[in-house]
Design a protein around this ligand. Structure first.
Ligand SMILES: [Zn+2]
Ligand SMILES: [Zn+2]
Length: 244
């Protein structure tokens, strides 16, 4: 009888609560799989080659390993180190878009795990005091319902044991979306858009900023500049993907 009931109810359960991977359409069978299947997560392209030791620019040639890129030599950034998981394309881009714009907040877990798994080995968490998410303006956060950088920061905080500081760095100006702007306009667009509210909490500290995508780096640079002005000793950063 139990067996027959099981046979009757099982397909019904599937009909009532269909759960399929939002990227490839396969049925999600493992209870650990949420929104996206593990096969799609494994298809994320991680950059394992050499990078600029400062800004994390991806180099395609082994010969460049360890060399600081021209841009960092020309204008030493306020960020001492930045690393991304991989290029902003393919599965990683699809995952970030689902996470950010389709209300799939649960993806902060697999994405945060991936970032920690691949980037911690580089020593980027070593010697840090705390993690800060790149803030959204409160109107944008209200519209979206969450700040994706804060969700990622929370995951990384849990994995690394470093405290997460929110509402210390805030975005005071709701700037037009960066997507439609050229590189030079992005810098001007963000000038003075961030503010440190509780400088006492970051003074003489070493921080890690967290964001989802590094496009031209203008957001991270502007945040790092404000933090350094407020007495932070060092600012590093992690993003999931890099567009350049
Ligand atoms: Zn899938
Ligand atoms: Zn560089």
């Amino acid at each position: 009888m139990t067996l027959r009931l099981h046979r009757v109810f099982h397909p019904l359960t599937l009909t009532v609560f269909p759960s399929f991977c939002r990227l490839c359409g396969r049925a999600l069978e493992d209870p650990e799989e949420r929104v996206v299947c593990s096969r799609c997560l494994h298809q994320v392209e991680i950059h394992r080659g050499p990078v600029c030791p400062v800004c994390g620019r991806f180099y395609q040639q082994e010969a460049s390993a360890g060399q600081v890129c021209g841009q960092c030599l020309e204008a030493p950034p306020h960020l001492s180190r930045h690393r991304s998981l991989g290029p902003y394309s393919g599965r990683l881009k699809e995952l970030i878009l689902l996470f950010k714009y389709k209300g799939c907040e649960v993806l902060s877990r697999p994405l945060g795990l991936l970032a920690y798994e691949y980037l911690a080995g580089d020593g980027i968490f070593a010697g840090l005091d705390c993690i800060l998410p790149v803030p959204l303006h409160r109107n944008r956060e209200k519209m979206r319902g969450f700040n994706q950088a804060e969700l990622l920061g929370r995951m990384l905080s849990g994995l690394s044991g470093l405290p997460l500081l929110t509402r210390v760095l805030v975005k005071t100006r709701n700037t037009p979306t960066q997507v439609s702007l050229e590189a030079a306009e992005r810098e001007t667009n963000l000038r003075g858009a961030f503010e440190v509210r509780k400088p006492g909490q970051i003074e003489k500290r070493r921080l890690l900023l967290v964001d989802d995508v590094f496009t031209t780096g203008s957001t991270l640079r502007e945040c790092a500049k404000e933090l350094r002005k407020s007495g932070t000793l060092e600012v590093r950063a992690i993003t999931l993907a890099r567009a350049l």
